[in-house]
Design a protein around this ligand. Structure first.
Ligand code: PMP
Length: 361
């Protein structure tokens, strides 16, 4: 069996250790005579899986007790709606920093719920950088400030997060959660679809400061109210049990290799391999992101012509690389190098890029 050199943007590569572990329990989980998927979500065996996933996330990210960790469904996209529904209270304004398509989508949903404003945007440059947030532009009646920590499509990432805001900070961390140490206390709400750094699709992690839960109105639809899930330990209805089990295994893998600091070190090493090739290519490979906004998760680049991009992608495919096509709004190529992508695979891609450039000289 040959595993692909997987650079997919999400769903994305999972650690092989996780897949092997899951395989071992596929027919018989913990001597129950059934798989995790077949367990009742009200059973003690499943409850342990569920709580272990939450506990691991709390430990790895050092989440303080005054934050709830929720495991929801509906993807990060449902959070675009749930956030304003729950915390954009009457008379207040949802303030957004636009750094890519996903923040634009988040804003669009908030506009349907209440008043919004844009604090900063890099749209005019086709999102090549993270726009500067000037705290003085935050309206007094802002309900929150929303940012997207990593822009999956454009390959840009906040290097440092805003500090000392007078209003809650909300971050979509779908594509860089668990990739580097963060100070949770800088944020009031963090959300992320699991399918990049945390596990399979179908689970959405929401980390929310408990005092923010007071904003949710009782008149909200039950499933769309954060309190419903906070009060029931994310077991109000049937959770995605298999996804949560796999999430727990990914977190165990992360613990085993030394936690977020170790992951961050390896992620920097991987990103450097590719950015060095770009920077040393005499302009043959052109990075989409400005250097000081570069993402360590999604490396986006173009070649001198569309024809060459096509050739590159075709040859890469033949060589076993998967998922290198850039998103249509940027064109060219994108290598997603999330936590589970091995350094060795990134090294192979870097070598391939160098060889391709040599060959067309
Ligand atoms: N935000 C970001 C930063 C993303 O990369 C994505 C998906 N690629 C989304 C939100 C949407 O996530 P989902 O498909 O889980 O709704």
């Amino acid at each position: 069996m040959k595993r692909a050199l997987n650079f997919n943007a999400g769903p994305a590569a999972l650690p092989e250790w996780v897949l092997e572990e899951a395989k071992k329990t596929w027919m018989d989980f913990n001597h129950t005579g059934m798989s995790v998927m077949e367990l009742s979500h009200r059973s003690k065996t499943y409850d342990d899986v569920h709580n272990e996933a939450i506990m691991r996330l709390r430990n790895l990210l050092s989440i303080p007790d005054n934050y709830e960790v929720l495991l929801l469904q509906g993807g990060a996209s449902l959070q675009f709606t749930m956030i304003p529904m729950n915390i954009l209270t009457k008379g207040k304004v949802g303030a957004y920093v636009l750094s890519g398509s996903w923040s634009q989508k988040a804003l669009k949903e908030a506009e349907k719920i209440g008043e919004t404003t844009v604090l900063a945007s890099s749209k005019d440059s086709n999102y090549t950088f993270i726009p500067e947030l000037d705290k003085n532009t935050i309206p007094e009646n802002a309900a929150y400030v929303h940012i997207t920590s990593n822009n999956t499509i454009y390959g840009t990432e906040w290097q440092d997060f805003p500090e000392g805001l007078s209003v809650p900070l909300v971050a979509d961390m779908s594509s860089d959660i668990l990739s580097r140490p963060i100070n949770i206390e800088q944020f009031d709400l963090i959300y992320a679809g699991a399918q990049k750094n945390l596990g399979p699709s179908g689970v959405t992690v929401v980390i929310i400061k408990k005092d923010l839960l007071e904003r949710s109105s009782d008149s909200l639809p039950t499933m769309l109210n954060y309190n419903t899930h906070a009060k029931s330990n994310s077991l109000f209805n049937t959770p995605p049990t298999l996804g949560i089990y796999l999430l727990s295994l990914v977190l165990k893998w992360a613990e085993n290799i030394g936690g977020v600091e170790s992951l961050a070190k390896v992620n920097s090493e991987k990103a450097k391999l590719l950015y060095d090739v770009i920077d040393e290519s005499d302009g043959f490979y052109k990075g989409h992101a400005e250097k000081d906004s570069r993402s360590k998760m999604n490396v986006t680049f173009t070649l001198p012509t569309d024809e060459l991009s096509k050739d590159f992608l075709n040859q890469a495919k033949e060589a076993g690389f998967v998922g290198l096509n850039g998103h249509r709004s940027v064109g060219g190529c994108r290598a997603s190098i999330y936590n589970a992508v091995p350094v060795e695979n990134v090294r192979q891609l870097a070598d391939f890029m160098k060889k391709f450039q040599e060959q067309v000289k």
